[in-house]
Design a protein around this ligand. Structure first.
Ligand code: AMP
Length: 279
C-alpha cells in the first residue's frame, strides 16, 4: 500500500498505475479503523480491483469541539490494518491539503435530509460532511463510493451531494452495518467506552430490534416513546428514537411504506447512533 499526503502526488500515482477509465473503489474514513471500515474496503477491492481509503478527521463536521478533540487517532495501527486488508492506496491529507486558506465553504442545498434527526441535533454537521466528501471525490475521482449503513442519514445526504454536483456516473454502495456479538454497531467512538459500558450500549440495538418486531402492530409514537424510556432506564441520554420513511426520513403515514428506525443516544459522555431497516 502506498500512502500519500498530497493530492497531486496521489493523482499522479493513479494516472501512472491505472489505465484511463479504470475502476476505483473509494472508502472515506476518519480512522481508528475497525471491522466495519475494513468490510467497506474489502467490498471496494472485490468489486473494482483497486481500492483507495482516506483518513481525515474532518473538523468541519464536528459541531462539538470536545468531540473533535477526543476523536481517537491511531494512524500507525490503521496503516497496518489497511495493509493487511489489501488496500492499494491510502490518502492521509493534513487539513491544509483539504481546505486551502482561501477556501470558502459552498452551501449545499441538501433539503430535508439535512435538518431532521442528526441534522437537528448536530447543526452544520452534514454541510461539513459534504465539504470533505466533495473535496475527497475531486481528488480521488473514484468510479465507486462505499459508505456504511451505520450512518444511514449520511448515506442519504451523500447521495444527494452526488446529484447536486453532477456525479451521475459514480456508483454509490451502502454496505451493511458490522456489529459486535452483543449487537452493538462497531464504531470508533466505542473505544471511549469501558467493557461494562459496551455491554450496556447493546441496548441501542435491542431498542431497534424491538421496533422491528412490533412496528406492524403498534402505533409509531408508542414504540418511539417506549424506546426513549428503555434507553433512559439503561442510563442513556437519548436524543431521538424515530421511525421514518427510509427514502426521505419524513414521518411515515403507514407501516407499508419503506421504513427505517433510527436512534441516537449518549452513554458515559459518548454519543452513539444506530439504525435498522424495518421492511
Ligand atoms: P467514520 O470513520 O466513522 O467516518 O466511518 C467511515 C465509513 O465507515 C462511513 O461510511 C461509515 O458509515 C462506515 N462505518 C462506520 N462504522 C461501520 C460499521 N459498524 N459497519 C459498517 N460501516 C461502518
Amino acid at each position: 500500500m502506498l500512502v500519500f499526503k498530497k493530492a497531486i502526488a496521489l493523482q499522479n500515482h493513479l494516472k501512472r498505475v491505472l489505465p484511463a477509465g479504470a475502476a476505483i473503489g473509494f472508502v472515506p474514513t476518519m480512522g481508528a479503523l475497525h471491522e466495519g471500515h475494513l468490510s467497506l474496503l474489502t467490498a471496494a477491492k472485490n468489486d473494482t480491483g483497486f481500492s483507495v481509503c482516506s483518513i481525515f478527521i474532518n473538523p468541519a463536521q464536528f459541531n462539538n469541539p470536545t468531540d473533535y478533540a477526543r476523536y481517537p487517532v491511531q494512524t500507525a495501527s490503521d496503516i497496518d490494518k489497511l495493509e493487511r486488508a489489501g488496500c492499494d492506496v491510502l490518502f492521509l491529507p493534513p487539513a491544509a491539503e483539504m481546505y486551502s486558506q482561501t477556501y470558502t465553504p459552498p452551501h449545499y442545498h441538501l433539503g430535508v435530509v439535512e435538518t431532521v434527526l442528526e441534522g437537528a441535533f448536530r447543526p452544520g454537521h452534514f454541510q461539513g460532511v459534504c465539504q470533505a466528501v466533495d473535496r475527497l471525490l475531486a481528488v480521488v475521482s473514484p468510479t465507486d463510493l462505499y459508505m456504511g449503513q451505520k450512518d444511514y442519514q449520511q448515506c442519504l445526504v451523500v447521495k444527494r451531494l452526488l446529484q447536486l454536483t453532477g456525479r451521475k456516473a459514480l456508483r454509490f454502495h451502502m454496505a451493511p452495518t458490522q456489529r459486535e456479538k452483543s449487537g452493538l454497531a462497531m464504531s470508533s467512538r466505542n473505544l471511549r467506552l469501558s467493557g461494562a459500558e459496551k455491554e450496556t450500549a447493546a441496548a441501542l440495538f435491542q431498542t431497534l430490534q424491538h421496533i422491528r418486531q412490533n412496528f406492524a402492530s403498534t402505533p409509531r409514537q408508542l414504540l418511539e416513546k417506549e424506546g426513549m424510556d428503555f434507553l433512559k432506564s439503561c442510563g442513556f441520554t437519548p436524543d431521538y428514537v424515530a421511525i421514518a420513511n427510509a427514502a426521505t426520513l419524513a414521518a411515515p403515514n403507514s407501516a407499508s411504506e419503506p421504513l427505517v428506525a433510527l436512534v441516537a443516544a449518549t452513554l458515559a459522555g459518548v454519543r452513539l447512533i444506530d439504525n435498522l431497516i424495518l421492511n
